[in-house]
Write a new protein. Structure first.
Length: 169
């Protein structure tokens, strides 16, 4: 979080497009293969509630490490929704607005501090933002990617952001 806060302060001085590029470059440099394996995947493997989907998550992380971002991004985004459904014990269809409401509850239950506002804002206002075909495509928007509108999502930064969103939840 201190590094993220420092990066955010630096990026506040940049135009929006340059700030996004700086953030993408910084997170890709920080989260190398070893850090992803040790700090994220190992933690996921030890979580009981992820046990039934850990093989998929491991495959998605392996795809990220191989540079196969066209596979890692949608796999992680889809599993994120499944983790939320599992957390709330859902059976059957869950409307998207309900899923978003559940994610907001999960973040509130986690006792997020003000230092996590940047992550919270990204998850709620970018990843989960509604999307319609023909609209400009936001960065790592779940709807645009999984419904086929975003065809430029296969980047290291977007793949890593998807992994970090799941880890954050």
């Amino acid at each position: 979080l201190p590094a993220a806060s420092k990066l955010r302060s630096r990026c506040d001085l940049l135009p929006a497009k340059a700030a996004r590029k700086a953030v993408d470059k910084a997170i890709v440099a920080y989260y190398d293969e070893d850090r992803i394996q040790k700090d994220i995947l190992t933690k996921w493997q030890n979580k009981t509630f992820l046990k039934r989907r850990i093989a998929i998550l491991r495959s998605a992380v392996d795809a990220h490490i191989r540079g196969d971002y066209a596979l890692s991004v949608p796999a992680i985004l889809a599993q994120t929704e499944g983790v939320v459904a599992d957390h709330f014990g859902h059976r059957g269809h869950v409307p998207w607005k309900k899923t978003k409401s559940h994610i907001e509850k999960m973040m509130a239950q986690g006792g997020l501090s003000k230092s996590n506002d940047l992550y919270r804002q990204f998850v709620l206002d970018v990843v989960l933002l509604g999307f319609e075909h023909g609209d400009p495509v936001p960065d790592l928007n779940r709807h645009a990617i999984l419904h086929g509108a975003d065809v430029d999502y296969a980047t290291a930064a977007k793949s890593l952001k998807a992994i970090l969103v799941l880890d954050f939840l």
